[in-house]
Design a protein around this ligand. Structure first.
Ligand SMILES: Nc1ncnc2c1ncn2[C@@H]1O[C@H](COP(=O)(O)OP(=O)(O)OP(=O)(O)O)[C@@H](O)[C@H]1O
Length: 363
């Protein structure tokens, strides 16, 4: 693997007695777009702020380009940051907001003008240079905040939910803009969000966190298709992955009573794991439902239908558990008996004790 550019080694952060980040190890490559994703309060912003130098590190080491950064002041780190609320200076015009940091850093006038012109053009802020933040729309303010950070030309670009105040349509446009900026400047991006779509579309890799710990660090494809544990499987994807307890015995996966023969690849992995008590995960799009019985199909009763516009979510009960399937057909009725089968090529099996995956058959 390419030498990591930013390294977090065993980083912990406590506020008083409460640990917020627990033994975090994370490496980011130069020029990579890494997304920190996770539920509210999991420690994404805290992690970003420690990298920026806005928050002290309780223990562990932060390295950038092999240099220990723990005690380097924020202003001396080669980073720029965009905040969720943009943090623009209200009494400065757009042009002044963008150029202020450059003036403080004693960049010469011609260079400031050159950078200003370029970022104004990249972010479509032409004509707004003399306006004040209060006279801008939310989207324009967000672009000014981005422009101000880009103009600094730092190697590391830290973004803390920069699009969360924009409406859905504007977010799509802004995502394209961010990718364009990255193509032009190749900075190392660390991007915080709790929006999965944003994480999937913007990240080369996703670091998924929960309760201050790293749950998985991998590509968007692997995060979705090869979750490392039950938390990842449930967090990524909407509607959420169905989770069912199963026991492996004599080649069969046994639910409470019903059972299906386990596919060969899974049998091998289960033997390797030496763990018959498992958790089965299957995404709603990989549960096939039908009115007719098929080989190895199981049966349930439809309890609810959810409208997704182009498809329906069919929620049915099976041995007391609720399972969601996605269907293109629209004629399912509440209360009707259905048959369903699980696509074993697409399912996940986790160790019930550790909740970690036992592996994937095609690996
Ligand atoms: N200054 C502080 N003092 C005490 N606790 C704090 C402080 N700042 C953050 N926390 C706590 O640390 C935890 C992590 O917060 P953080 O803002 O990093 O989470 P997050 O994942 O970015 O959440 P969100 O998506 O809601 O912004 C939370 O439980 C939060 O309440």
């Amino acid at each position: 693997m390419e030498q990591p550019y930013i390294r977090l080694n065993n980083i912990c952060k406590n506020y008083g007695n409460s640990p917020v980040i627990k033994d975090l190890n994370l490496s980011v490559r130069k020029g990579e777009r890494l997304v920190l994703l996770g539920p509210s309060g999991c420690g994404k912003s805290t992690t970003l702020r420690m990298i920026a130098g806005l928050e002290t590190i309780s223990s562990g080491n932060l390295y950038v380009d092999n240099k220990r950064m723990n005690d380097i002041a924020a202003g001396k780190r080669n980073v720029s940051m965009v905040f969720q609320d943009y943090a623009l200076y209200p009494h400065m015009t757009v042009a002044k907001n963008i150029s202020y940091g450059l003036r403080v850093n004693k960049i010469n006038h011609e260079e400031i003008q050159r950078r200003l012109k370029k970022v104004i053009s990249i972010l479509h802020l032409d004509g707004l240079e003399q306006r004040y933040p209060r006279d801008l729309s939310g989207g324009q303010r967000q672009r000014v905040a981005l422009a101000r950070s880009i103009a600094k030309q730092s190697d590391i670009f830290l973004l803390d939910e920069p699009l969360s105040n924009l409406d859905a349509q504007m977010r799509i446009g802004a995502r394209k803009e961010l990718l364009k900026i990255h193509q032009l400047y190749h900075q190392t991006f660390i991007y915080v969000t709790h929006d999965q779509i944003e994480a999937m579309t913007l990240g080369d890799r996703i670091a998924l966190m929960d309760k201050g710990t790293l749950q998985m660090l991998d590509t968007p494809y692997n995060t979705y298709n090869r979750p490392s544990n039950v938390f990842v499987a449930k967090f990524i994807g909407t509607p959420s992955t169905n989770i069912l307890g199963v026991q492996f015995k004599d080649g069969f996966l046994i639910f409470k009573e019903a059972s299906i023969p386990a596919a060969e690849g899974w049998v091998r992995l289960i033997h390797q794991a030496k763990q018959p008590d498992l958790i089965l995960g299957i995404r709603p799009e990989h549960v096939q439902i039908s009115r007719t019985e098929k080989e190895n199909s199981l049966n349930g009763t439809v309890s609810r239908i959810e409208e997704y516009g182009n498809q329906l979510g069919v929620i049915f009960t099976f041995e007391g558990a609720e399972i969601t399937a996605i269907s293109d057909h629209r004629d399912w009725k509440e209360g009707e008996e259905i048959f369903f089968s699980i696509d074993q090529k697409k399912m996940y099996l986790f160790d019930r004790t550790t909740t970690r995956t036992i592996g994937y058959p095609d690996e």
